[in-house]
Design a protein around this ligand. Structure first.
Ligand code: MN
Length: 133
């Protein structure tokens, strides 16, 4: 069975690029364009990985991650920040919110599938080290 990935990104071009790249690698893709839709789709679809933009309409990525990580069924599901803003303070906030790591935007289409694979395998990226996930 293909692994299912939820991509949460309000920028349509960016979201569609991620969907295209990962669908080509055989993943089943689910999309959400704002924070409320992200929570709804996550609960309904039970993805194996969530790529979550931080700046989103309605609820931001931190709030989405906190809400999902407060649910038992999401304890083991990696939530990865999909963001251009990977500053030191952001990392601390991301740890508190329950993110597993970062994937930097703009997306590197050759590196993205490699990063996704490692997060799905449960190889935790250290979000305390380096600027790039
Ligand atoms: Mn955004």
């Amino acid at each position: 069975m293909p692994k299912k990935i939820l991509i949460v990104e309000d920028n349509e071009d960016s979201r569609e690029l991620v969907v295209k790249v990962l669908r080509n690698k055989g993943y089943e893709m689910v999309e959400a364009a704002d924070g409320e839709e992200a929570v709804e789709k996550a609960v309904a679809e039970k993805p194996d990985l969530i790529l979550l933009d931080i700046s989103l309409p309605k609820l931001d990525g931190y709030e989405v991650a906190k809400r999902l990580k407060s649910l038992e069924e999401f304890q083991e599901i990696p939530i990865v920040a999909f963001t251009a803003h990977a500053m030191k303070g952001d990392r601390e906030k991301a740890i508190i919110a329950g993110f597993e790591g970062y994937i930097s935007k703009p997306v590197d289409i050759r590196d993205l599938p490699v990063q996704v694979k490692s997060f799905i395998r449960g190889k935790r990226e250290s979000i305390l080290n380096g600027d790039e996930a």
